[in-house]
Design a protein. Structure first.
Length: 333
């Protein structure tokens, strides 16, 4: 099946860079099909019959509400029984066990590991480690420090594609990302996925202290993605087909760091008339004051849908990793 669809079945989900356009198009159709099963009890019972013989570990040692809960819900939708660790104080890491040994232990008991940790690159290292053991299991990176958040980017792509369904898709659109672009892993992963859509323009709008990192700049140049960096929030709002707001990632502040003034990068009700009628407003959440709750009623606000799309996206990704996506009937692409 994969050969004809134009992508290799992924063994793990570690980075947004691993996905091509064929995968993204396939995932979009798969999620739409999965959502149809949600409409009836029989449909949901069918989904639950796909993986009741499988177990998963949710290893989240950084705070999480949406990602954790949506993975938990995705497991339950597919009949998977998840175990969880949310604090190393309750595991043998507290007794001095290495992270590597802890994760190898999980692999002895479960068939899938979803992990979020403050360390960049940890999920890649664990995937390599487990691949060399007799019991390798798929790893999903659910957030690796300030580096990557590939499943968030995949659900963001799904949301963008749905939003631009009747406007010829994501290609050629102007996507504006705002906030702490230096340490925000969501924008780093999303920018990488957007490189798969020709003629897309990226606008990175932030205070000078929070500009995108060099490695992302180089990646985008190497993929010929057109992008602009600006401090002009008003101009960015006016140009955007989608505006993607993010919060300050101050959990990564060094001791004694001075607070960056981000007051000029907050989307408020007074900005709404500047935004195009068919634009969309997104945010990975949680939000602070960069996104005024008064905007929630605006039809262009898509962040609550984005949050729910996260659950369906994660269902789709698990079916692909566990090899049961072919049990969900797909229309011919
Ligand atoms: C994001 C994250 O954890 O990177 N949240 C999420 O997963 N939806 C964004 C954030 O915390 O700012």
């Amino acid at each position: 099946m994969q050969a004809t669809l134009g992508f290799e079945r992924p063994k793990h989900i570690l980075s947004a860079s691993q996905f091509n356009r064929a995968f993204l198009d396939y995932m979009y159709e798969l999620i739409n099909q999965i959502r149809k099963f949600d409409k009836t009890k029989d449909g949901l019972m069918y989904l639950q019959s796909l993986l009741p013989h499988r177990r998963a570990m949710l290893y989240f040692t950084q705070p999480s509400t949406r990602t954790f809960m949506s993975f938990q819900a995705a497991c339950s939708i597919l009949g998977i029984k998840p175990s969880e660790i949310r604090d190393t104080a309750t595991s043998s890491e507290r007794k001095g066990e290495s992270i590597d040994d802890s994760l190898r232990t999980f692999a002895s008991y479960v068939d899938l590991i979803v992990m979020r940790a403050p360390v960049a690159g940890l999920s890649d290292r664990i995937a390599t480690l487990l691949d060399a053991t007799p019991r390798p299991v798929p790893i999903i990176n659910a957030g690796s420090g300030p580096d990557e958040h590939p499943t968030q980017a995949l659900l963001d792509i799904y949301t963008l594609q749905r939003s631009f369904k009747s406007a010829s898709g994501i290609e050629g659109k102007t996507i504006c990302m705002v906030g702490d672009l230096k340490r925000g892993r969501t924008i780093r992963s999303l920018s990488r996925l957007l490189a798969n859509y020709p003629r897309t323009q990226l606008i990175f709008c932030s205070p000078p202290e929070f500009k995108i990192a060099d490695d992302l700049r180089q990646f985008l140049s190497s993929r010929d993605v057109s992008f602009e960096e600006t401090t002009n929030f008003t101009a960015a709002i006016e140009a955007a087909d989608a505006i993607y707001m993010t919060r300050v990632q101050d959990e990564y502040d060094q001791a004694g760091a001075t607070k960056v003034d981000t007051r000029a990068y907050c989307l408020k009700q007074e900005h709404l008339p500047l935004l195009r009628r068919d634009s969309v407003i997104m945010h990975p959440l949680p939000r602070r004051d960069e996104l005024d709750p008064a905007i929630d009623h605006d039809p262009r606000a898509k962040y609550w849908r984005q949050e729910r799309n996260g659950m369906w996206t994660r269902v789709a990704l698990i079916t692909i990793l566990m090899g049961v996506d072919s049990h969900i009937v797909l229309p011919t692409l």
